[in-house]
Structure formats: structure tokens, C-alpha cells
Design a protein around this ligand. Structure first.
Ligand SMILES: *Cc1c(COP(=O)(O)O)cnc(C)c1O
Length: 358
């Protein structure tokens, strides 16, 4: 039986994407070849890459606005390093907002390149809220933020107005909500949270911000080299990119990000209402900063952990055990998770409450 998959990443993908991917492994486009054995320079795969790059920009509303989409290898964590490499001037400085573990990792990498100003941090409160009052130095080469904090379950609802180029790690909420994406100059997202399988990272960058650092950049880390090579500077992650394309096509057919956002809001409301209503559970973060993607919650009485765990496992739920830095539970409700799965979890929480005679 197919599980209700709440995994934080790699995560659930649409069933039809699994089916089409499986078919392409056996015979891609009736070519008599598997997608796993074709050349990345073959006409069929070049078409996949072109469509994936164009569709990413289309879904974000960035077509024709001076942006390039790249599908790079080696994860969002490499972007922590590529961003300062490509954007921080020699002797320049960068500004970062510290909202969680991933933001912190990005800050650590930037520090190796130059002056790195942390404009605000919620670390002292174990990242249970998004800092809102801060000033971005006007002479920073860029400002970096994390739109959704996967581990702690917070999300930025608004972004600062600044003349400094804005860089955003959207790994865990890309394509999940409507935004003016043109307020960002560089967006990146590891595919495995909300866009596809592990193995590729989407980078969307406004070309005009590149090439200004005065720094020698190794080819594989140079966005301009990847753009020039049309995201094929080296052998790209053929299969993860194909599966990401199928997921983006699924999203477009559903009505794009606007339709997705409605579903995500309904799923989040269903679960958070139960967390707030049910006296046996408690949310961990400031309500106004709650993430619709990753809901983090605790049992009021941890001595009931084994009992509750047995109940959700019996209901076919997978992957809601919390991250070690918070404990408790984390229910990740990415785009492909159906609302029916959320209802199953809510029903288990209600059943658990009944057993305890509230
Ligand atoms: C998972 C995650 C990362 C790290 O992604 P990798 O592809 O594993 O390097 C970075 N940022 C955020 C917000 C994440 O959720």
C-alpha cells in the first residue's frame, strides 16, 4: 500500500510523475533506449533541458525578464559557496539573515570569502520566529535569505525592499506560493524538496548581476560558464532533470503556482487548526511565521510518544518524526502531498485525543 509520505526530503512526488519516469527508464520517447543510457547531447535530452529551463522561468513569471534558469548538480549546499564566489566582490561584503540551520550553513561559506554581516538572527530562540526588524547595509554586494526553514518550520511571508541584489534559498518552498519572483536577483532550490528527486539544483539568476566580482572563478562554480553552455557545461543529472520537468509539467497542468498555493493553504489550515485545537499537541513556532510546507509540533506529554507513534504508523503515515534539533514531529506537506493524507493524520490526532478521554 502507498504510504502517506510526509518526508522532509527527498519527498513525495506526484504518482503520475513516478509512472511516467518509470516508463522512461524502460523506453524513452519510444526511442528503444532508456533515459538512463542516452547521451545528454542527444536531441531528445536537449529538448528536455530546454523545456525544463523555459518552464521553470514560466512558472515563476520570469520569462523575458533577463533571467536564466540552470539545472546544476551537487545540491543546494554548493550554492552556499557559489553565491559568494559569483557575487561578493574582492574586498566586498555580503548581508545574511540567519533563520535556521541552512541559513547558518550559507553564512559559514560566505565568511570564507569576505566580510559577512548577519543582519538579524533568531538563533537564541532556537529559530522559532523570523526576525523582522533589520537593516541591510546599502553597500552590501547582496542580501541572502532563506524563504522557508525546513527544519524549524518557519517561512518568510514578506521580503525586505532593498536596492541590494536579493538572493533567496527557496529549496523547500519553490513553486508552492504566489510571489513577485522578480524581487529576487538569484533564487536557488535543491530539487528534492518540492520539485523532483535529489541530484539537481535549480538556479534562477538575473544575468546582469554576474561578472562583477573581479575574482577568478573555477569553471564548474561559475554561473556565467553554465549559462554560456546552456546548463550543459558538464554532463548534467539527466534523470533528475527529466523527473523535475515532469513535476513542473504536472504543476502547470494543475493550474500553476496559484492553484498549488490554494491547495497548500487548505492542507496547512487543516493540520494547524488541529494542532491548535487538540489539547495534546502544541506548535513550536510563532503563528504568523508558520510554514505551510513543514509543520513542526510536539506532544504536550512526551511520555505518550510510543503510543502516538504506533497509531500514525498503523494509519500508513511515513516520515513525520521531527528533526533532531527540535524533536517531536515534522509533517512536510509539499506540493504533491494530497489533502486526503493530511486528513488521515488529523484523524489519528483526534483518535489519540479520544483515547485520553478529553
Ligand atoms: C535541504 C535544504 C538545503 C540543502 O540541500 P542539499 O541539496 O542537500 O544541499 C538547503 N537549504 C534548504 C532550505 C533546505 O531545505
Amino acid at each position: 500500500m502507498k504510504k502517506h509520505n510526509y518526508s522532509a526530503g527527498p519527498c513525495i512526488l506526484p504518482q503520475e510523475v513516478f509512472e511516467k519516469s518509470a516508463a522512461a527508464v524502460l523506453d524513452f520517447n519510444q526511442s528503444g533506449l532508456s533515459i538512463l543510457e542516452i547521451s545528454h547531447r542527444s536531441k531528445d535530452f536537449v529538448a528536455v533541458m530546454e523545456e525544463a529551463r523555459a518552464l521553470a522561468l514560466e512558472l515563476l513569471g520570469l520569462t523575458g525578464k533577463g533571467y536564466q534558469a540552470l539545472f546544476l548538480s551537487s545540491g543546494a549546499s554548493l550554492e552556499f559557496l557559489m553565491v559568494p564566489y559569483n557575487l561578493m566582490k574582492t574586498g566586498g561584503k555580503a548581508a545574511y539573515l540567519d533563520t535556521g540551520t541552512w541559513a547558518n550553513n550559507a553564512i559559514t561559506e560566505a565568511k570564507a570569502f569576505g566580510e559577512t554581516v548577519v543582519v538579524a538572527s533568531s538563533k537564541a530562540d532556537n529559530y522559532t520566529y523570523i526576525p523582522k526588524d533589520y537593516t541591510i547595509p546599502v553597500d552590501a554586494d547582496y542580501f541572502h535569505c532563506t524563504s522557508n526553514n525546513t527544519i524549524f518550520g518557519t517561512q518568510m511571508k514578506t521580503f525586505p525592499k532593498t536596492n541590494v541584489p536579493m538572493v533567496c534559498d527557496m529549496s523547500s518552498d519553490i513553486f508552492s506560493r504566489v510571489m513577485d519572483f522578480s524581487q529576487f536577483d538569484l533564487i536557488y532550490a535543491g530539487a528534492q524538496k518540492n520539485m523532483g528527486p535529489a541530484g539537481t539544483t535549480l538556479v534562477v539568476v538575473k544575468e546582469e548581476i554576474l561578472g562583477k566580482t573581479g575574482r577568478a572563478i573555477p569553471a564548474m562554480l561559475d554561473y556565467q560558464k553554465h549559462i554560456k553552455a546552456e546548463s550543459m557545461y558538464n554532463t548534467p543529472a539527466v534523470f533528475p532533470i527529466y523527473v523535475s520537468l515532469l513535476t513542473m509539467q504536472w504543476l502547470k497542468n494543475k493550474g500553476g503556482i496559484a492553484a498549488m498555493e490554494k491547495e497548500n493553504e487548505a492542507k496547512a489550515a487543516l493540520l494547524y487548526n488541529e494542532i491548535d485545537r487538540n489539547p495534546l499537541f502544541r506548535g513550536t513556532v510563532a503563528k504568523e511565521d508558520r510554514s505551510p510546507m513543514n509543520a513542526v509540533f510536539l506532544l504536550e506529554d512526551e511520555s505518550h510518544t510510543a503510543e502516538f507513534d504506533a497509531m500514525w504508523k498503523a494509519a500508513g503515515i511515513s516520515g513525520i518524526t521531527g528533526h533532531r534539533s527540535v524533536g517531536g514531529y515534522r509533517a512536510s506537506m509539499y506540493n504533491a502531498l494530497p489533502i486526503e493524507s493530511v486528513q488521515v493524520l488529523v484523524d489519528v490526532m483526534k483518535e489519540f485525543e479520544k483515547k485520553h478521554n478529553y
